[in-house]
Design a protein around this ligand. Sequence first.
Ligand code: AHR
Length: 869
Amino acid sequence: MRKTDNLTFYELFNPCKLLVGLLVVYLAFPLMSFASFDPGKGYLFAYTLDGSKDRHGLYMAWSTDQRNWHAIGPQHAFVYSDYGTWGSEKRMHHPYLYHDTDGTWHAVWGVNDRDATFAYASSKDLIHWKPQSYPPINTDGPILMPQIHKQGGTFIISWKNAKGQEAKSVAVQTSDFSSYTPVTPINTMDSRVTVEIDGTPRGGTVHEVSWEVIEKLINSRDLAAYRASLYRETTDQDPQRFADLEHLSAKVKVLADRKKEISDQLIGVFYEDINYAADGGIYGELIQNRDFEYHPSERKYNDPKWNALTAWEIQTDHKIDSIGPIHENNKHYLVLQPHAAGATVRNLGYDGIAVKAGEKYDLSLFAKEIEGDNVLTLSLKDAQGTTYGSTKIKVKGTDWKKYHGVIKTKSAGAKLFLEITLEQPSSIALDMVSLFPRNTFNNRTNGLRADLAQAIAAIKPKFVRFPGGCVAHGDGLENMYNWKHTVGPLEARIGQRNIWGYHQSVGLGYFEYFQFCEDIDATPIPIIAAGVPCQNSSTGGAGQQCGLPMEEMDAYIQDILDLIEWANGPADSKWGSVRAKAGHPKPFNLKYIGIGNEDLISDVFIERFTMIYHAISKAHPEITIIGTVGPFSSGSDYEEGWRLADELKIPMVDEHYYQPPGWFIHNQDFYDSYDRSKSKVYLGEYAAHLPGRPNNMETALSEALYLTGIERNGDIVQMSSYAPLLAKEGSTQWNPDLIYFDNSQVHLTPGYYVQKLFGNHSGTLYFDHQMQLSNSRGDVKKRVAVSSVLDESSNELILKMVNLLPVSIETQLDLGGFKLAPKVASLYTLSGHPDDESATPQHSEIDLNTSKTMNLKPYSLQVIRIKLL
Ligand code: AHR
């Protein structure tokens, strides 16, 4: 097992922290004096807070006499239920804990009052739990109040199959909690007991245990509370925490002879279609619902305005038809049935269409006559009726044909719509109505919005991950991202419900993604579902347990191998020819493939992942496979994911963690003790989250501190990507993000500039350093970090210095081991108040001849680039 949370000697034994910790413990446990004696044995009561609106899990209370019970916490869950979709679904109902003779604790609980499954998890010490499973049970109705007993070598899990009088007891049997017998009736009573915890009667199970077990639980809860108190540290407390802190000085000596090679891929980007990142975002298309394929199911039938006509306003008779579509994958189209000339149809874009002055916009649509030919005038207009530009298209013929036009804008406009006026009263059909700025990134057809793509390119990311995130594994089996649906002619692609609650046109599909990577010289990192959807799926039954049926796995694996052929195969191969036909005969040179996205490491996952892993390794030993180790920096999926990585010798694993700034401050050494002989790491998703979820200087600098640790560990960490990347203002499902935008503006965040500074000033050789700070307080030292790398291609030494303190630091640099060239260095400074959300880096030049002393501003990141001889 890897280290989980890192606490240094200082943190554990700092007298000041210890006092705070003890105070917390004292307040929480008025009866703590019990902990100082050892009665030899005691009793544990396992229960939950059924009925609580907050997420709740398995709680413990202890007693020496079974009359007076003391909650360990209060409200410290030793394991949470991970079943069901995000939020309120993840409840633990009526847990039942069973202590086996071999010492293993087995827990079962109800997941809701609908699904034919229960949750099962096991633990050796009640602190570390194995990943949960939710066996699909072949039974009608819910599984209520499950309990475990053992007879011989067999476990019997029994439950009530209904509420109230009709409830019957039924059971399944298992010896391994993996396969279960069919359901049979059983004559059993609920054997939970009720005890009073903090004045409230709770149902649960009582266990006699050695006092050591209770003490360990109390200690683990105290440690968790102590860690939480560290991670809650924010700069709001700086005026008190650093009240006595005065101007600091530091000596930094970079050690030319203590160096190591580090990854040349450290900073990349995580792209996901979340927050309207693609349609309405970086994908250049300006028409929303161009193909009339929006469907109420994409909003779970909860939005009466979400349908084939979303974003369209039609002032004439019309219908949505599906007979004889342009393509079987694009079933719906619009039929206009005007009674007089001059009927109009409008598309409102994504909250309006923004255009620049004097630019060309390429219009295209598919149309066919129903009654007779027609002439369409297509104009960009605003609500006041002003026309910004227009074009005409003559529709002729009863077969679908693609028509083109160009609109040249007279002036800029922000909230326009595209109006189509029919000059004749004859009925026609329309589909794939599209409008793109001519000026896309790199002038690509079906291309990307130039300013957004440029902002990403400016980070100089070494790789681009795609298509996510959760979008990669989807909300239920049907929703797993299928790369084959996203290539080929636009009218033949298959759009789908986006897990984040809208429609994905997949106009920005695999081809556009690979092309973008090539345009910005970044390595593609596609992430493919491991045959299981997101463990937080809201459809498909028992959470992630609805993995692809085994009989479908061969075809699924073949799809992945086809993707590799599509990317790398010769132009005359089956899938390589699809790429060639799209305009890219040369292979894309795919080197990596990620399998799975922060999945629950269940048996269902392991079985499917292993099949995929072996198949790709065998067919394509040249491709580096990236595994996944769950959504957190510790816990059962992290541990089990790493166990699997060790077992299969997976070359690299994808770690994810979103944590408060305090976590990043106190875990800068997270990778220092990673075993260098094991899998490499791709830190695929991370970000510092403050309450309110801003992206400000505080979050950005805590990420910068952490990134100096990533550079130091660039021999084991190969890649990292902040997540998520893009967010449309007013349409976000997730904050913070790196780049915010509206239809015409791009707003770059402090976090963006940290990524850009690290991305633009990366190196391939890391040098150790010695730092002497004038103040030796641990909490001061933890907020100052330095890393030094050499960019071997330009022979420049790059120093990054982070100061997350409210005072400046006079920093004397000792670069004695290096031969500095022209003695003039470039300095980039990002600084600002911790709340500042719009700080930008400043560039200046410094003369290292006269001064090797730098003033490291309060709350700042400084990057110095020095040419070497
Ligand atoms: O980055 C946003 C989401 O966070 C990703 O889709 C998912 O992988 C993670 O939980």
